[in-house]
Write a protein that binds this ligand. Structure first.
Ligand SMILES: C[S@@+](CC[C@H](N)C(=O)[O-])C[C@H]1O[C@@H](n2cnc3c(N)ncnc32)[C@H](O)[C@@H]1O
Length: 276
């Protein structure tokens, strides 16, 4: 599904500054999915979300002192983990002023304000010079982008040749049944998403923008548990959610979250690539 109009940066910010704050208070500081090894893995949300961050850190293959771009930084939790693990410098961008302020506060509180800096910037049009980053990652920000090809072109421009890119994103997996379409449409309409990408679309857009050594993994089986666990967590904040969006919408958001967890057409992808 493609919604008629591309979400504006302010539409994305409204999601994160509205229901996103409630989801975050229930889910934790990593605004992304968790990764569980298999059905028997009983890892907590914190462990599972940090595990996904660690997978992304491996994908970046960074060295101490390098400069990394975080496209869609949330409140900066993954970036701070990257700084601590890799001893790199990170510039994180978001279209939510609220998130940028929270991320800079978190960095200062962790004593990492010199190593991790967050700013309001639209990934569709970045102010950074060509070749000014050694690596870049994007956790679940690409699904919001009006034009993923343009963002990949911008990332390719600001990465130096040989720089690594890692992405995780919610995707559409075909063929899509009418029931599946209903769930995917709900995602687009309620989370400021123009359309969900597909593995084929990513392969084509990466090649068109000069990325090589592309590795794409469908990790839906490891990650889709997130939606059920998140629904349980957010349900504990039901009153806050209902106060914000109304009872009917709060109930619908939770019901669709649980449905998404068992909808095979809603998938999750990990990719790593190198700027040629
Ligand atoms: C699901 S959150 C992920 C946050 C963070 N990476 C994490 O894992 O905790 C998606 C992020 O993408 C950002 N985003 C969405 N569209 C963007 C755009 N056009 N430019 C920059 N950031 C964007 C949102 O503001 C939000 O911070």
């Amino acid at each position: 599904m493609t919604i008629e109009q591309s979400p504006a940066p302010s539409d994305v910010a409204d999601v994160y500054d509205g229901i996103g704050q409630i989801y975050g208070s229930a889910w934790g500081p990593n605004y992304h999915y968790g990764y569980w090894d298999d059905a028997d893995d009983t890892s907590s949300i914190e462990v599972a979300t940090d595990r996904l961050t660690d997978m992304m850190i491996s994908g970046l293959d960074v060295r101490p002192g390098q400069r990394v771009l975080d496209v869609g930084c949330g409140i900066g939790h993954p970036a701070l983990r990257l700084v601590r693990t890799g001893d790199v410098d990170v510039v994180g961008i978001s279209v939510s002023h609220v998130q940028v302020a929270q991320a800079n506060e978190l960095a200062a509180a962790a004593g990492l304000a010199e190593k991790a800096k967050f700013q309001f910037t639209d990934a569709m049009d970045m102010p950074f010079p060509d070749g000014s980053f050694d690596a870049a990652w994007a956790f679940e920000s690409m699904w919001h982008m009006p034009d993923r090809g343009q963002v990949l072109s911008e990332i390719a421009r600001v990465l130096r040749p040989g720089g690594h890119l890692a992405i995780v994103d919610v995707i559409e997996r075909g063929p899509v049944s009418p029931e599946g379409r209903k769930v995917l449409d709900h995602v687009c309409e309620n989370y400021a998403v123009k359309s969900l990408g597909t593995v084929d679309e990513y392969r084509t857009a990466l090649a068109a923008n000069g990325f090589v050594d592309v590795e794409i993994r469908d990790i839906s089986d490891n990650c889709n548990r997130t939606l059920a666990v998140m629904a349980d967590a957010v349900e504990t904040k039901y009153d806050e959610l209902a106060a914000l969006v109304g009872e009917e919408q709060a109930t619908s958001l939770l019901a669709f979250m649980r449905l998404s967890a068992v909808t095979p057409e809603q998938g999750y992808l990990y990719l790593a690539a190198v700027r040629a």
